[in-house]
Ligand binder design. Structure first.
Ligand SMILES: [Zn+2]
Length: 196
């Protein structure tokens, strides 16, 4: 196997090796980039001719809500480095790198996020639901109690009504306020994993 310009060439200085590898796997979500560099560093540190085949076919994936380094036929050392990376990514916010956990937004959308990055995503979805299906909250246009208001919107609901209930006119006005609030939120990034 020729090592010319391969990041896993054992004779290449670690810095140069990592610079090449980063170019090859550039799409890693922002919050996971530190872990990505650390894992690359660990792999570069154990480069040998015997491991060249595995490293040559390295694929970095993150569709599965974790940062996965996949390679054919890894030995115990390589497999350990890859496993550790996937394991750690499960508790690192993929957007900002703070401590996070896997959050399911619905049957298909999920991401590892910290509370701060998850909040706007949850708000977006709750507002969309309230606007699309107001009947989930209001009965005959009226809200009798905050019980049916999604948790993430309950604080805003209680601030909008002292009584903890809304008549039809108040409820319509509140939905308009939610519409305005939604425009001020950062855009949703979770549904399309490739853009996350
Ligand atoms: Zn975050």
């Amino acid at each position: 196997m020729s090592f010319t310009d391969r990041w896993f060439d054992p004779s290449k200085p670690p810095k140069a090796a990592i610079a090449i590898a980063i170019h090859m796997f550039a799409e890693v979500p922002l919050g996971w980039q530190k872990l990505f560099y650390e894992t690359l560093n660990a792999l570069v540190a154990v480069r040998t001719a015997d491991r060249a085949f595995s490293l040559n076919y390295l694929a970095v994936e993150f569709e599965n809500h974790q940062l996965e380094f996949d390679m054919p036929d890894p030995d115990r050392v390589l497999a350990g480095i890859c496993r550790r990376c996937a394991q750690r990514s499960k508790s690192i916010c993929q957007k900002c790198g703070r401590r996070g956990r896997l959050r399911m937004f619905n049957m298909t959308d999920a991401a590892v996020l910290c509370p701060r990055c998850a909040a706007p995503e949850l708000l977006h979805r709750a507002i969309d639901d309230a606007l699309t299906y107001p009947g989930l909250i209001a009965v005959a246009g009226r809200v009798e109690s905050p019980q049916r208001v999604p948790e993430v919107l309950r604080g805003a609901f209680m601030r909008a009504t002292e009584a903890g209930a809304m008549d039809a006119r108040q409820f319509r006005k509140w939905l308009d306020e939610l519409k305005r609030l939604k425009r001020m939120l950062p855009p949703v990034s979770v549904p399309n994993e490739a853009d996350a």
